[in-house]
Design a protein around this ligand. Structure first.
Ligand code: ADP
Ligand code: MG
Length: 158
């Protein structure tokens, strides 16, 4: 199964739990969890983020979908795109996002690095809140990528 086939499976079946994904024949490997999402690696280069509901709603997932769409569709923000997780599949009703898997972990010590701090500040200026080391990962080429837009707040003026 290619990564493209996997994304098609999500689009056809909209699985909402680990069990439902496994029932579709997907092999998921746990990566990490945060306050709201559990993240698994699947396929060659994909990650799936499964949210937990709060009052029946998936707020972080909904914010993240909106944020990624807003930022990627704004040509003035193009220089930020490589620092923000892509959206291959997103469903605010089931709390599921499929994105790219980033292999590199970011350590707490990096928060005192000037370049890293500048990136955090500029991402904050475009509406991405709650950024700290654990909400970043590194791409294979070392690019720092914000992987948690759960607290994105739209800034209409941008
Ligand atoms: N695309 C990804 N590739 C690899 N690891 C990821 C990816 N997205 C998130 N993670 C890891 O999973 C953890 C939880 O994801 P996150 O989106 O921060 O969830 P939460 O909203 O619960 O904080 C992150 O801290 C990060 O270490
Ligand atoms: Mg997080």
């Amino acid at each position: 199964m290619t990564d493209h086939d996997i994304v098609n499976l999500f689009e056809q079946h909209h699985p909402s739990s680990l069990e439902q994904m496994q029932a579709l024949g997907l092999n998921l490997e746990f990566v990490a969890s945060g306050g709201n999402r559990k993240v698994y690696r699947l396929g060659q280069a994909l990650a799936v983020k499964i949210g937990a509901p709060f009052n029946g709603e998936f707020h972080q997932t909904a914010n993240e979908i909106k944020g990624i769409q807003k930022i990627y569709s704004n040509p003035r923000l193009e220089s930020y795109h490589k620092h923000i997780l892509p959206l291959f599949y997103g469903n605010a009703d089931t709390g599921v996002i499929v994105t790219k898997f980033y292999p590199g972990e970011v350590k707490r010590e990096w928060e005192s690095d000037e370049k890293f701090n500048n990136l955090m500040q500029s991402l904050k200026s475009i509406g991405i809140n709650d950024l700290f080391y654990a909400n970043f990962r590194q791409d294979v080429d070392g690019t720092l990528v914000a992987v948690d837009l759960g607290f994105y707040h739209d800034r209409e003026e941008l």
